[in-house]
Write a protein that binds this ligand. Structure first.
Ligand code: UGA
Length: 437
C-alpha cells in the first residue's frame, strides 16, 4: 500500500515509521524543515523509546522517506492526517488550524478510490465537515476517522500492536469500500488478533474523547481519594490496590500523585467540554470541570506540602526537582505538572534546580527562568529538600543512604508514590507521599 502521513510530530513520525515496518511504502510530510531533516537522517526529533532504531531499520528498506513537499502524496492511496490539535490560546476549544490546513493541502493530490484517514483528536463533527470537503473536490475519494490511542513512551508498540482499531466511515457500515483498504493497511496487527470496530463518523470521534476523559476521570478519582486519605490518615496506595482487585474497577490509572499532564488528557477534556457546550450538551460533561479542578489542585497541594516540609517557609530553601517530563520515558513537557510545580516553588522564593534524563532542553525552552542540571549527583548536591515528580526508573532506584551523603537536608516528597516509605524513613529521611500517612 502506498501511504502518506501528514504531520510528523509525536503521532505522525511514529505512525509513518510503523506503517513502513508493516511493509508499506510511506512518505512522511511536514512543514517543519528541521524535523524532516532529522527524520530523513533516521534521527528522532523527540525522545521515544525504540523510534530511532525503527527509523534506521525501515529506512534501510527504502520504504520510508520524509519531505516538506505535499505533492509527494500524489499517487498514494491512503493519506493519514496526524497533525496536532492544541488548545486554543485563551479558550478551552481545540485549535483546528493544522487539521484544516493538512486536509486542504492534500485535496489537489486526491484520486478516485483514495482514502483520507484522520487520526488527530478532533471535536465531534469534524469528520463530517472534512468529508464534505474531500467529496466536493474528489467525489471518488473517502474520509475515514481512525482515532489513535498510543501512549507516549510506548508509542511504537502501541502502533504496531494496538488494543483495537476504530474505523469511522460515513455510513457506519462494514461494507464501505474504505474498510477493505484500512484492513489491508493494518493486515498484520489484525491477523495477530487486534480487534476492530466499524462505526459512523461521530461515534469514532467520540470514542477518542470518551477514552481520554475516562482515563482523566480515573486519575482524578484516585487523587480525590488521596485528599480524603490525607484528611483521615489513610493510605491511598493501599486503597487503590484494594479497589483495583475488583476487575470491574482495575488497578491501572489509579496511581495517585501530582496528577495528569501532557499534550493530550488536559487539553482533550477541555476541548470536549467546549464542544459539548456548542452542541447544547454541556450539562453532560460538567463533571469534567471537577476532574480538571481536582487535577490542578494537586499542583497547589504539592507546593503547600513542600512548604510544610521546609518548616513553613520556602524562602531561600534549596529544592531539587527530580523529573521535568510529564511522564517517564518521554521528553515531552507540555503541561507537565512537575515543571508547573517547580515554577510555582521558585516564584514563592525557593531556590529550585530541576533535573531530568531527557526533557531538560524542552523544559528550558518553556521555563527559561528555572535552573537545570542534567547530572543527577550535581543536581542533588546541597539540596535541602528533594521532590520526586516524574517517576523515571533511576529515581525510583535511588538509595536513601547514598543520597544522604550529597544533600544538606534529609527531606523528600514523593509526588508519584513510588518510593518505599519505610526504607527512606529507616535511613533517617523525613518522607512525605501524597495521600499517605
Ligand atoms: C494519553 C492516553 O493514555 C492515550 O491512550 C492517548 O492516545 C493519548 O493520551 C493521546 O490522546 O494521544 P499520554 O498523554 O501519552 O496518553 O499519557 P498517559 O500515559 O495517559 O499519561 C497521562 C498523564 O497521566 C501523565 O502525566 C501521567 O503521569 C498521569 N498518570 C497516569 C497519573 O497521574 N496516574 C496514573 O495512574 C496514570
Amino acid at each position: 500500500m502506498r501511504i502518506s502521513v501528514i504531520g510528523c510530530g509525536y503521532l505522525g513520525a511514529v505512525h509513518a515509521a510503523c506503517m513502513a515496518k508493516l511493509g508499506h511504502d510511506v512518505v512522511g510530510i511536514d512543514v517543519d524543515e528541521r524535523k524532516i531533516r532529522d527524520l530523513s537522517a533516521a534521527r528522532a526529533p523527540f525522545y521515544e523509546p525504540g523510534l530511532e532504531e525503527l527509523l534506521t531499520d525501515v529506512q534501510a528498506t527504502g520504504r520510508l522517506s520524509f519531505t516538506t513537499d505535499m505533492s509527494a502524496a500524489a499517487g498514494n492511496t491512503v493519506h493519514f492526517i496526524c497533525v496536532g490539535t492544541p488548545q486554543k490560546k485563551g479558550e478551552n476549544a481545540a485549535d483546528m488550524t493544522y487539521v484544516d490546513a493538512a486536509t486542504s493541502g492534500i485535496l489537489p493530490y486526491l484520486a478516485p478510490g483514495d482514502v483520507v484517514v484522520g487520526k488527530s483528536t478532533v471535536p465531534v463533527g469534524t469528520a463530517a465537515r472534512l468529508a464534505r470537503l474531500v467529496q466536493d473536490h474528489e467525489p471518488g475519494a473517502h474520509l475515514v476517522w481512525n482515532p489513535e490511542f498510543l501512549r507516549e513512551g510506548h508509542a511504537v508498540s502501541d502502533t504496531l500492536s494496538p488494543d483495537r482499531f476504530v474505523y469511522g466511515v460515513p455510513d457506519g457500515s462494514e461494507d464501505h469500500p474504505a474498510v477493505t483498504i484500512l484492513d489491508e493497511v493494518y493486515a498484520a496487527p489484525l491477523s495477530a488478533g487486534t480487534l476492530r470496530l466499524v462505526t459512523d463518523h461521530p461515534t469514532a470521534e467520540l470514542v477518542k474523547a470518551a477514552a481520554n476523559s475516562f482515563l482523566a476521570t480515573k486519575i482524578s478519582f484516585i487523587n480525590a481519594m488521596a485528599e480524603v486519605c490525607e484528611a483521615t490518615g489513610a493510605d491511598v496506595t493501599r486503597l487503590a490496590d484494594a479497589i483495583g482487585m475488583d476487575d470491574r474497577i482495575g488497578r491501572k490509572f489509579l496511581n495517585a500523585g501530582i496528577g495528569f499532564g501532557g499534550g493530550c488528557l488536559p487539553k482533550d477534556i477541555r476541548a470536549f467540554m467546549a464542544r459539548a457546550g456548542e452542541l447544547g450538551a454541556d450539562q453532560a460533561l460538567t463533571f469534567l470541570r471537577e476532574v480538571d479542578a481536582i487535577n490542578m489542585r494537586r499542583r497547589t497541594r504539592v507546593v503547600e506540602l513542600t512548604r510544610e516540609l521546609c518548616g513553613g517557609s520556602l524562602l531561600g530553601h534549596r529544592v531539587t526537582v527530580l523529573g521535568a517530563a510529564f511522564k517517564p520515558e518521554s521528553d515531552d513537557v507540555r503541561d507537565s505538572p512537575a515543571l508547573s510545580i517547580a515554577a510555582q516553588l521558585q516564584l514563592q522564593g525557593a531556590v529550585v534546580t530541576v533535573t531530568d534524563p531527557k526533557a531538560l532542553d524542552n523544559a528550558a525552552k518553556r521555563f527559561p527562568e528555572l535552573q537545570y542540571e542534567p547530572d543527577l549527583d550535581k543536581a542533588i548536591a546541597g539540596a535541602d529538600t528533594l521532590l520526586l515528580l516524574t517517576e523515571w526508573q533511576q529515581y525510583k532506584e535511588l538509595d536513601p543512604f547514598e543520597v544522604s551523603n550529597g544533600v544538606a537536608g534529609l527531606r523528600i516528597l514523593d509526588g508519584r508514590n513510588v518510593l518505599e516509605a519505610a526504607k527512606w524513613r529507616a535511613a533517617g529521611w523525613h518522607y512525605r507521599g501524597l495521600g499517605r500517612p
